[in-house]
Write a protein that binds this ligand. Structure first.
Ligand code: NAP
Length: 294
């Protein structure tokens, strides 16, 4: 988190997130150049010490490192493909959200333009930027990440995931899958318990302990997935599928939504039909690893 304040940086895109990024650089003492399509969004940052570039090309020239944070990759390309924009020799860190294919294509595009390129994903909200709670993932050449880490450190807890430019986006969506799955599971349980007069606040600490307990299983289950061997050490999929049936029956009986439990059981049933009933739960990776029916 201790950045080197001598390094000049540029931030292109001053929406909610871009402003937070620029402000974090300023607070850490970096000479910070900013540019935004709607120029008025740079006013407050200029009052705080940022230098306003008159055009994108000037913004890029001002620093060896440019952070881009706009709505999407199309917007980034629309900005940087302009004929007067020189990218050769600069390093772009693109913190715009997108998918892994867009990230890899952007890396090829930047390479053709002579720029060094890191793709990034911000796992934080704007107010957290500049604090250790802001986790910012990067992928691309490690040497480029290491070269610019002394500046990037101003933004939060910055991490390099690997040379494949698509990794930051993949981790980003994998995190979303985890977040929504945990929240949906909690909502399912909360809906069930409310039918018996138990409010969400009463169930929340109980659910939290379950989520934390399940999280403890992940390293061991990951070993099974990586080795491709799923011995039923604590339970087998047949047993789990019977418990899933209870969840569906209970949900239907008390009149709450059973779509999610039915989906989970359908996947387990397919795996059992494929001969995996005597194996342990993570064997379902084979169901997750192929396109589904929807
Ligand atoms: P935002 O407040 O809506 O800002 C969007 C930015 O993109 C503005 O600077 C906007 O310029 C610019 N832009 C859009 N289209 C453009 C174009 N065609 N040409 C030039 N500039 C263009 O969004 P944000 O919250 O800052 O999000 C920016 C990125 O950060 C997104 O990819 C988002 O997914 C990611 N992110 C955001 C959060 C969050 O909590 N906000 C968290 C993680 C990741 P104008 O001001 O001129 O419209």
């Amino acid at each position: 988190m201790n950045s080197n304040p001598d390094i000049p940086v540029t931030v292109i895109g001053l929406g909610r997130m871009g402003q937070a990024l620029a402000r974090a650089f300023l607070k850490a003492g970096h000479p910070t150049t900013v540019w935004n399509r709607t120029a008025s969004k740079a006013e407050q940052l200029a009052a705080e010490g940022a230098r306003r570039a008159p055009a994108v090309a000037d913004a890029l020239r001002a620093s060896p490192l440019t952070i881009v944070c706009v709505t999407d990759y199309q917007a980034m390309r629309a900005l940087l493909d302009a004929s007067d924009v020189e990218l050769a020799g600069t390093t772009l860190v693109n913190l715009t959200s997108g998918d892994s294919a867009q990230a890899r294509e952007a890396a090829r595009w930047a390479g053709r333009r002579g720029a060094r390129y890191l793709d990034g994903a911000i796992m934080a909200v704007p107010p957290a930027i500049g604090t250790p709670e802001a986790v910012i993932l990067h992928s691309g050449p490690r040497s480029d990440f290491e070269a610019h880490k002394p500046a990037l450190d101003a933004l939060g807890t910055v991490t390099h995931l690997g040379a494949d430019h698509g990794l930051a986006s993949l981790y980003d969506v994998a995190g979303l899958a985890m977040m929504w799955s945990v929240l949906n599971a909690w909502l399912q349980g909360t809906a069930l318990l409310r039918t018996a007069g138990v409010d969400a606040a009463t169930y929340a600490p109980f659910a939290r302990r379950i989520a934390a307990g399940v999280a403890e299983w992940l390293p061991g289950y990951a070993e099974q997935i990586d080795s491709g061997s799923f011995p039923a050490e604590v339970s087998d999929l047949e047993t789990d599928a019977r418990a899933m049936a209870h969840l569906i029956e209970e949900s239907e009986a008390v009149g709450v939504n059973a779509e999610l439990p039915r989906l989970i059981k359908a996947m387990a049933d397919r795996s059992i039909a494929a001969g995996h009933g005597a194996e342990q739960y993570p064997v379902l990776i084979e169901e997750f690893a192929r396109p589904g029916d929807a």
